[in-house]
Every structure is written in C-alpha cells, then in structure tokens.
Design a protein around this ligand. Structure first.
Ligand code: SF4
Length: 435
C-alpha cells in the first residue's frame, strides 16, 4: 500500500497551459489507452460515441490506441487546441495517459515517486525556473488514502491509478496486490541515490567533474553488486561524499586519461576523443531511432555539420571552452537535467539490477544535449537563451523518453554498442575537465 509520496518541490506548481502550449502533447504522439478506459469508450453511445468508435484501433496483445489524423494530431484535438473528449464527456472520461501526462510515477513498496517530465515544455520551463538545487518533498497518506499533512495535489497523486491496483475485501476496505518487496535492497539503492544526488548537486565542483564522478560512482557501484560485494557499498558511499577523496579521485582519473585514447585498437590523439566519438553517438540517434518531430532530425544533422564537418578538432575544443565560459552562470540547468535523470531512473534499477545502465542514460543525455546546445550557440552568434535550453531538454525527452520504441531501442544500444561503453564515456568526460 502506498504510504509515502515523494515529488519534486516544484511539482504542485505545474499547470497544463492547453491551447497556449508551444507543443501540445496531443500532436505527434500515439496514446496507449488503458483497458478500463477502453471498455468505457466501447460503451459510449450517440454521435460522439460513433466518432469515438471510428478512431479506436485494437492493438493485439496491448492496450488500444486512437488512430491519429494524417497530420499526426490526436483525433480529439480541435482547432482551438482543446480536447473534444474533455469537452463532450468531461475530465473523468480521459484515459490514464491523458489524465496523468506529464506526470510519471513509480511505486517502490510503500513509497510512490511522482515527477513531471521534461518532454512537456511547461514542465521543462518550470523546472528550469529555479536556480537552487532540485529539492523533493515527501508526504504521507494513510492506508485508506486519508491524507495526513500532504497537500491536495500530493494526495491526488498518491491515489492516481489506484483503482487498477485494489480489490475490495468483505468489509469494503481496500487491499493492494503487491509482490514481496525486498526492503533491504531497496534501502541500499535509496541511500546510493542520495549519494548520487550529493555528487551531481555539489556546486563546489564544475559540472564536467560532477558528471565524470557520477559515471565513476555508477561503475564502482555496479561492480560491487556484480562481485556480490554489497558490504563494501557503505564505505563507497562515505568515500564519494568526502570532498578530499573526491579531489584525489579526480586527480587519479586524470592521470589514467593518458591510456584511454584507444578506440577499437586505434590510438586517438589526446583532445580528439570527443570530436571523434560524439558524431558517432549522434549518428545512432539520427539513423537508428525514429524521429517524432522533424525539428529533432534537423538539430542532430546540424550538430554534425557545424561542429564536425566545418570545424577542426582544435576549433571544436576551443568552441566548447568558450561556450562553458559564456554559460558558467547557467550550469544549474544541466545540474537539474542530471538531477531529473537521477530521480527518475536510478531507483528503477531495483527492477533490473542495472545501475550502471541508469547512470549511462543520464550521462548520454548530458553529452548529447550539450553538443546540440553548443551547435545552437555557434549558429546564433554565441547566443543561447533559456528558452533554447528548454526546447532542447523538451525535445530530447520527447524523442528518447516518451517514445517507448525509441526508449527501448536506445537502452539496447547502450548495452550493445561498443562506442557507448564506460571507458569511452569516461575518456570523453575527462577531456572536459581542466588538466
Ligand atoms: S505538453 Fe504539457 S503544457 Fe502542453 S498540452 Fe501537454 S501537458 Fe499541457
């Protein structure tokens, strides 16, 4: 049973701006309809019921979907940018996806974590409106969903989708189906994530150092689990929270950097790894994953042209440095981006034991968005506004997190592609830290 709810501190301030949205979630996205709503829609009568049935498509083995219009818009999105389903049948008629988006949710035993996704431009704007480190709030709900000190929004969140999870017992009370929950393992992951937050939000270090240390931490933690050396994890967490030790770890990593410039047996000159490997990563995103929005493909191909075909490795290096200097006051935007990935994905390793994969996902999000940002900054005469950043985070999240096909394919690529391995990522990140 959900007893605690954790949300980002800005969560309650989120409001969908509907018709005023710069990129409605009702355009270009295929919505999977949950089984309960699907059955309800099948029973709908009258003219609207007839229209509804004409756009319902059964997907064998999965939930149903609505047939999108030729322009990729939801069949219920009207010309004023509003939802006809909402208008004709009311808010409660919306399926789970439409009701909850852009909120995402994961249950871990008694804890439910809920956040808002960067794929919604408004959520993205809200998360970047605060320069302080991303904070989280926790509230409690009672067994029967009664609130204690939680606010309205958190209370509703705690009860979201709960009908699917409960059956009534004889006394009319609710029982939640839950599998055996490994509390000890989860607690360990939870503490490891706290350490991860300390690392990515440590403002005494540069963003480049933080990303590097987060990757390093993820590799060490995964290694400890793989060797079944869980007893070493407490020491590891203390170690990664100790400022002096972090500095000496950075020193050591930098020394090792000398030996990391070898890719597939070829020695790559120092300072050229990022220049050589980033276009390969971008090419994978461009060629292997489908593009939900054409603007995404344009951004990817522009980065290759502007930063690689038209620049030497030396110019590329200098441009990155100039960008970092220019944007030094806005490093917190990348910090929030990384904090979001830590919050959303780290604990999911409870379900698949793949901690390093979750860290890799965050590091890739950082590398790719930064590459695209540098490209836009060059193109716009060394200007890159907060709105530009919001747009990049939003697009990346929309393309890679909120297309199930793309997300699954990307996760597989991270596991199978040699070029995305930890050593290469570490080598690339080491080129960003000061020697
Ligand atoms: S993308 Fe966000 S702001 Fe835009 S319509 Fe969807 S939920 Fe509302």
């Amino acid at each position: 049973m959900v007893k605690k709810v954790r949300v980002p501190a800005c969560y309650e301030q989120f409001h969908c701006v509907a018709a005023a949205c710069s990129d409605s979630c009702c355009a270009g996205w295929q919505v999977d309809v949950d089984a309960v709503s699907w059955k309800r829609y099948q029973k709908e009568e009258g003219d609207f019921g007839e229209y509804l049935h004409s756009v319902m498509v059964d997907v064998p083995g999965e939930e149903g979907q609505f047939r999108l219009r030729e322009d990729g818009r939801c069949p219920f999105l009207n010309l004023s940018g509003l939802c006809d389903m909402y208008d004709k049948l009311g808010e409660k008629s919306l399926c789970d996806t439409c009701t909850n988006y852009p909120r995402f949710m994961e249950d871990y035993g008694e804890l439910r974590e809920v956040g808002i996704a960067f794929s919604c431009p408004e959520a993205s704007r809200l998360m970047l409106s605060i320069s302080e480190p991303m904070q989280f709030l926790e509230g409690e709900v009672s067994d029967k969903g009664e609130r204690s000190f939680v606010s309205d929004v958190m209370w509703r969140t705690a009860n979201m989708g709960i009908e699917d999870m409960v059956v009534s017992d004889e006394e009319g009370e609710y029982i939640i189906h839950s599998e055996a929950f490994d509390r000890e393992y989860f607690q360990m992951l939870f503490h490891l994530r706290e350490t991860a937050f300390c690392l990515v939000q440590n403002r005494r270090l540069s963003m480049a150092d933080r990303v590097l240390l987060y990757l390093d931490f993820g590799m060490c933690v995964q290694d400890a689990f793989d060797r079944e050396a869980e007893e070493s994890l407490n020491g590891l967490m203390d170690w990664y929270k100790d400022e002096q030790r972090l500095l000496s770890r950075l020193k050591r990593l930098r020394k090792e950097a000398e030996y990391l410039g070898v890719v597939d047996g070829e020695r790559i000159p120092k300072g050229e790894l990022r220049y050589r490997l980033l276009p390969e990563y971008i090419a994978v995103l461009y060629q292997d994953l489908k593009h939900c929005k054409p603007s995404w493909g344009i951004l990817l191909s522009e980065a290759e042209k502007v930063l690689h075909k038209e620049m030497t490795a030396e110019q590329y290096h200098d441009i990155y440095q100039a960008y970092d200097n220019d944007m030094s006051q806005r490093e917190y935007e990348y910090e929030h981006w990384l904090s979001y990935f830590v919050f959303k994905y780290f604990l999911k390793s409870y379900f698949d034991d793949d901690i390093y994969g979750k860290v890799q996902l965050a590091v890739m999000a950082y590398l790719v968005v930064k590459e695209l940002a540098v490209c836009q900054w060059v193109k716009q005469d060394r200007e890159f506004t907060k709105e530009n950043q919001i747009e990049l985070f939003h697009l990346y999240s929309r393309e890679l997190e909120h297309s199930d096909d793309n997300y699954d394919m990307f996760e597989d690529l991270l596991h199978t592609e040699n070029m995305c391995n930890g050593e290469h990522l570490r080598a690339i990140l080491l080129e960003w830290v000061e020697f």
